[in-house]
Design a protein around this ligand. Structure first.
Ligand SMILES: CC(C)(COP(=O)(O)OP(=O)(O)OC[C@H]1O[C@@H](n2cnc3c(N)ncnc32)[C@H](O)[C@@H]1OP(=O)(O)O)[C@@H](O)C(=O)NCCC(=O)NCCS
Length: 328
């Protein structure tokens, strides 16, 4: 029977590695603090400011298409979740479609910060159910280091760059997307925000002098608390809705923002830490790409096996959050 699901998945990160020791030379921090408070040891970052988000996406997208064993001509939509697009417009999806040489397709960016991959799966599933689309390239990618203030130790130690891509389609051998839920609430959006460059604070010299072009995080501990609460809540909701319990879950694939957030979610869901996909030590928080990077890394390492039940969950700026159940 044909199922809607993932046909292929892949990730890509830039080659340059920035370690905690490197950061010790840049801001007032220590490897010990970063490791203990976040679980991060190193992160991949772009080595050349000319590299754009679409450049990092390209190898991931090509590999995902190859693994899905479809012709790129059969892709009829490219959806990209990113808060660091190549340009305001045209969309990064337009750049990727052009660079991949895909025929005409629906090309669209959307913004859901770290929940980008889950939102993308949700939109893709809806489009396929409409009957008008067959194979959708869902990309979640961010180069947060482009909007990082390297003098701000509260944020610059947290982030890395990366891209994840998956082809969602309807086929007998798809990794079935059993269900996906997306949610959000703008009332605490100010806690994680990039103030400058948009219509509220357009790009002016004054805006740049105030350093508003950089991501800012107010009250990290508050973001931490909400991340645990909402990821737990929406994970329980999707399990219940589909008549599963957390005992049925083989792998929890959470957004990789902080090891302590992941431990908090796993504990509240009653999922042992051995069943949690953890890649934060090597990549940091890669925003939208964090969930697909974690998923495809464990898949490439042979840890995720056919038939296993995966529970994906993410939380990010907006605030946004989501969950998905996949039968691999
Ligand atoms: C940011 C985060 C790691 C901070 O950890 P925390 O345990 O909450 O730490 P606090 O914010 O309470 O700060 C503790 C102290 O460490 C200091 N500190 C912050 N960054 C530091 C760094 N890089 N190195 C050393 N000290 C640091 C703070 O200044 C503070 O010092 P003070 O007590 O003298 O004021 C954590 O709150 C977090 O992960 N939040 C969620 C972030 C997130 O997920 N963001 C993206 C959403 S997708």
């Amino acid at each position: 029977m044909k199922k809607i699901g993932l046909l292929g998945i892949a990730y890509n990160v830039p080659d340059k590695v920035l370690t905690n020791s490197d950061l010790e030379k840049m801001v007032d921090t220590t490897d010990e603090w970063i490791t203990k408070r976040t679980g991060i040891k190193r992160r991949h970052i772009i080595s050349d400011p000319k590299i754009a988000t679409s450049d990092v996406i390209l190898p991931a997208a090509e590999r995902a298409i190859e693994r899905s064993k479809i012709d790129k001509e059969d892709i009829d939509a490219v959806l990209i979740g990113t808060v660091t697009p190549d340009y305001f417009f045209p969309s990064t999806a337009a750049m990727v479609q052009k660079k991949l040489g895909i025929k005409q397709a629906m090309i669209m960016d959307f913004e859901a910060a770290c929940s980008g991959f889950l939102y993308g799966l949700d939109i893709a599933r809806g489009l396929i159910l409409s009957g008008n689309y067959k194979n959708i390239l869902v990309v979640a990618a961010d180069l947060l280091t482009k909007i990082t203030n390297w003098d701000d130790r509260n944020t610059c130690v947290l982030f890395g760059d990366g891209a994840g891509a998956a082809v969602v389609g309807k086929r007998e051998d798809a990794h079935e997307l059993i269900d996906v839920l997306s949610s959000g609430d703008g009332k605490l959006g100010d806690l994680l925000i990039l103030h400058g460059g948009g219509t509220v604070n357009p790009m002016t010299k004054e805006m740049l002098d105030k350093k508003l072009q950089y991501l800012s995080m107010d009250k990290g501990a508050e973001v931490f608390k909400w991340a645990i609460l909402e990821m737990t809540r929406i994970s329980n909701k999707i399990l219940e809705k589909n008549d599963y319990t957390s005992d049925d879950v083989d792998w929890l694939v959470p957004h990789q923002a902080n090891i302590r957030i992941m431990e908090g979610v796993a504990k509240r869901l009653n999922i042992p830490i051995e069943k949690v996909v953890i890649t934060i030590q090597d990549f940091g928080n890669t925003s939208a790409s964090s969930v697909p990077i974690a998923l495809s890394k464990y898949y490439e390492d042979g840890k995720i096996k056919e038939g296993q039940l995966l529970l994906l969950t993410a939380f990010g700026g907006g605030f946004t959050w989501g969950s998905a159940l996949i039968r691999w």
